[in-house]
Design a protein around this ligand. Structure first.
Ligand code: SF4
Length: 439
């Protein structure tokens, strides 16, 4: 294993995906910006403690992070949504966590795999420069990160995941799966989604395909035989995906609500640092809210960032989108492609989960985004989902997925495993669809 400064950065291929920063300041309010020792030293040398009047960074458990203002904004964010470090010392002096957003990278075999985050409004709106145009600066940034942090990507390491316990998928098999899945979700054309098969039906098809493979014995179905099996299943999907799922059972719905809550609920920096008493109070409140989400009756406990109360009934009453439907379908397609092509779905990109359990979690979180979009619409007193509701919901889900340790636990694996049965994922996908399915 050796340090390489020239490993390529693999960008996810997402048709029609654009991004440039439009300085909305959202990431400066929602991210926890982790710092290296070198970055802390630089902030000290720049004399920020004196200039800000508060500590520029704080310790959370065993890591250091940028300090926050009382309203949750980064301590360096000014009234015009500008970064004080950037304004005074230039972009290159900002911590890497801030500079690289909305991309994230992880080492894979002989390269750095980049993924794109959808908790940036310019990403959800696909505004700015074509994604490929960012390759240069991202490569330079990764090179700098490797040098500064003395990182050593394992050039011989495989970006692998298990199909099942003891059955390792090869890089080639994973590529076969991800390429075919992305193609299926993109209507087979790799281009904009049009009317041929709705995104809802494609998602229903994808959940059923995943459930079939999750239960299949794949030990002897390897390499070209795995590709053949996949092609056979995909050939049947256009028919299978139009068989309307039954409505979800009460238990399936309760599990979905809890999953949505697990993504939306996060502990603020102030709560993290409030000592044992404060942390236990927070845990108690989370437990209480989780029980309410399980019951699904009465008032929805306020989720972080929302202070308008709505009932569970009013959330369920919100209908699928009526306007900007094609844009919403396209947003779903771009998000799912980013997760699949960015490899944040299984293996090292998703808590070390096996391939089909990880894909199951992706479909379940997509249904959870449907619930969260309805919640946001209900808060805004709307009766159908808007593009903004769905963008915000995907942002909540994407911020949590792969980052919240709670989502990688054995409890969550058991939830996904349970919902693989009895057409559970497809039922939830239909019930919380953001666009009605084409029958
Ligand atoms: S959320 Fe996106 S657009 Fe807004 S400041 Fe951050 S990177 Fe820029």
């Amino acid at each position: 294993m050796g340090v390489s400064r020239s490993l390529p950065v693999l960008l996810p291929v997402i048709d029609d995906q654009r991004w440039s920063c439009h300085s909305c300041g959202l990431c400066c309010r929602t991210l926890v910006g982790h710092l290296t020792g070198e970055e802390r030293r630089r902030l000290d040398e720049q004399g920020w403690a004196k200039q800000l009047g508060v500590a520029p960074y704080v310790k959370i458990g065993r890591v250091w992070a940028l300090n926050k203002q009382p309203d949750g904004a980064c301590v360096f964010l000014d009234e015009q949504n500008r970064c004080k470090i950037h304004a005074k010392f230039g972009e290159a002096d900002k911590p890497l966590a801030c500079r690289i957003f909305p991309f994230s990278v992880r080492p894979v075999r002989g390269a750095w795999q980049a993924s794109l985050r959808f908790d940036c409004p310019s990403v959800t709106a696909s505004k700015g420069q074509a994604l490929g145009g960012h390759r240069g600066w991202l490569g330079e940034l990764v090179g700098q990160m490797v040098r500064d942090r003395n990182l050593a990507p394992d050039e011989s390491g495989e970006d692998v995941a298990d199909f099942q316990r003891g059955v390792h998928a090869t890089t080639e098999e994973l590529r076969t799966l991800t390429v075919r899945l992305s193609r299926w979700l993109s209507n087979g054309t790799g281009a904009r989604l049009e009317s041929r098969t709705s995104i809802t039906n494609r998602l229903i098809g994808a959940t059923r395909l995943t459930a079939t493979l999750y239960g299949a014995k794949l030990k002897k179905v390897r390499g070209p035989r795995f590709a053949e099996l996949l092609d056979l299943l995909l050939e049947a999907l256009p028919r299978d995906c139009t068989t309307r799922p039954e409505p979800p059972t009460a238990r399936q719905q309760a599990m979905l609500r809890q999953y949505a809550f697990a993504h939306a609920e996060h502990v603020s920096l102030a709560e993290m640092r409030s000592g044992m008493g404060g942390r236990w109070a927070k845990r108690w409140q989370q437990l209480h809210s989780a029980k309410q989400f399980l019951r699904g009756e009465g008032v929805v406990p306020n989720l972080p960032g929302f202070d308008t109360q709505v009932t569970f009934e009013s959330v369920e009453a919100v209908g699928p989108a009526m306007e900007r439907r094609e844009e919403i379908a396209d947003l779903a397609r771009r998000y799912l492609t980013a997760r699949i092509e960015g490899r944040t779905v299984f293996g090292g990109g998703f808590y070390g989960w096996s391939v089909f359990a990880g894909l199951g979690a992706l479909w379940l979180s997509t249904a959870a985004a449907g619930w969260l979009a309805r919640y946001h619409a209900a808060v805004e007193r709307r009766t159908s989902i808007s593009f903004e509701d769905y963008g915000l919901a995907l942002g909540i889900v994407d911020r949590a997925a792969t980052r919240l340790p709670a989502l990688g636990t054995i409890t969550e694996k058991a939830r996904v495993s349970y919902l693989m049965g009895d057409d559970g994922l497809a039922r939830l996908m239909m019930a919380y669809a953001v666009l009605e399915s084409a029958q």
